[in-house]
Design a protein. Structure first.
Length: 427
């Protein structure tokens, strides 16, 4: 009768796992050396004791930590620790000036960083072939120290992931990347991604008899600062004795709600970041009543306007108008050339971005042309690469009925008349 095999101990399993990890790391190190030098024999010239030293002093995977314990919501911290490593594994960056050799961001900050650190300290007399190894990898060493694409890729990956959790009425998150130690005499052996937080100031604003909460508009900027946006009245075309004094900007909860409703297929964190971005890159228009409308751009695509008022030394964003809304330049043109009423807009959902993501609308040349001539081309320029929220679908009522609503006898002559009218007028 055969004896039952003894189950391996956890210590033995850990030893096997460590050996596998070491072999995988050394294999990636060999791949880098072979391809960076063009000499398949170069790696064999590095003594095993040097390889073990590199493994023992290797750069570890990026750690994710909050600035202060408890500042970061648990769901964000768990999500980023779970998902960001996967993003780093699929994101490729160059390790040569020509860009002909690329590796994952994950390997860049572990294997490539370790090799760079090793080249920092190696001496010509460290071992017989040390000089040849160093010289053969010198172009990589020089390129790595200035590798801006890799730094940018890491910061972009972290920035856009964290963005989805931000909200003016809750918290704004941002990050910074720091080296964690200097065991290799100046070459960091690991990096940490530190998540910083800020709770925007909350005030109450009474406009037209309605008191609503409003929140400071700003964002986290390097290295550790929340930048509260300030705008001069003169920058909005408003002249007064105080027009050159910067005023803090706040956004009412009503405006946040309208942004969520009308940009209904976008993540709120992304939407609110581009409120900040649009204010930092200010463009404005005045409606027929002389009120300033601040152009709102999402990834550079114009999607509407932020309606602003000056109230007790502050600029208050009171609402958001989608590009086709009544009161916008584009909305007024659209109404003029189609005869659509405000109720028609609501029924057809043409005051929501999700409608313009519909293939039925985008593929209907006649319908699309009317919106384009009214100045709404940017709504069709947004593609799926800029949509980060898939929970909202397109509206079937609009897709089925929009062409029948706006296909009116006077449409053709109206469009011809429009050809001489400038689109998107701005002061």
């Amino acid at each position: 009768m055969s004896q039952r095999k003894k189950r391996p101990s956890q210590q033995h399993l850990d030893k096997i796992q460590k050996a596998q990890h070491r072999n995988e790391f050394i294999g990636k190190l060999k791949y880098l050396c072979d391809n960076l030098s063009g000499d398949k024999k170069l790696f064999t010239l590095i003594p095993s004791v040097e390889l073990e030293k590199m493994y023992d002093l290797r750069s570890h995977a990026i750690r994710i930590i909050p600035e202060q314990e408890g500042d970061v919501e648990d769901d964000l911290l768990k999500a980023i620790k779970k998902l960001l490593p996967g993003i780093l594994k699929i994101t490729k960056v160059p390790v040569t000036e020509k860009g002909d050799l690329q590796i994952s961001l994950s390997d860049f900050y572990t294997v490539a960083q370790t090799l760079f650190g090793y080249l920092e300290v190696i001496k010509d007399d460290s071992y017989p072939a040390a000089s040849k190894v160093r010289q053969s990898l010198d172009s990589f060493y020089k390129f790595y120290s200035l590798n801006l694409p890799a730094w940018q890729a890491l910061n972009n990956a972290a920035f856009f992931f964290i963005l989805g959790f931000c909200e003016f009425s809750h918290k704004i998150y941002w990050h910074e990347v720091r080296a964690t130690c200097d065991l290799y005499k100046g070459a960091p052996m690991g990096f940490c991604l530190r998540i910083l937080t800020h709770v925007p100031e909350k005030i109450h604003v009474n406009l037209d008899g309605n008191s609503r909460p409003a929140f400071a508009v700003g964002w986290g900027v390097y290295p550790n600062k929340f930048e509260h946006v300030h705008i001069k009245a003169a920058d909005l075309g408003i002249e007064s004795s105080f027009s050159t004094i910067p005023m803090p900007v706040y956004i009412q909860s009503h405006a946040q709600q309208r942004l969520a409703e009308r940009l209904d297929c976008l993540e709120q964190g992304y939407v609110e970041f581009f409120v900040y971005n649009s204010l930092k890159n200010l463009k404005y228009f005045k409606d027929k009543n002389g009120n300033p409308l601040i152009e709102y751009n999402y990834f550079g695509f114009k999607t509407g306007y932020l309606r602003a008022d000056i109230h007790h030394g502050k600029i208050i964003i009171r609402t958001f108008l989608f590009l086709t809304n009544n009161g916008t330049p584009e909305g007024e043109k659209l109404n003029e050339f189609t005869g659509l009423s405000k109720l028609d807009h609501k029924y057809l959902n043409i005051d929501k971005l999700s409608t313009f993501m519909s293939a039925d609308i985008r593929n209907n040349i006649e319908v699309k042309d009317i919106f384009v001539r009214a100045g709404c081309k940017s709504l069709f320029d947004i593609d799926a690469n800029f949509i980060f929220d898939t929970k909202h679908g397109t509206n079937p009522v609009a897709a089925m009925n929009l062409s029948k609503y706006i296909k009116m006898p006077e449409t053709e002559s109206s469009l011809n008349a429009m050809s001489g009218i400038p689109i998107n007028p701005q002061l």
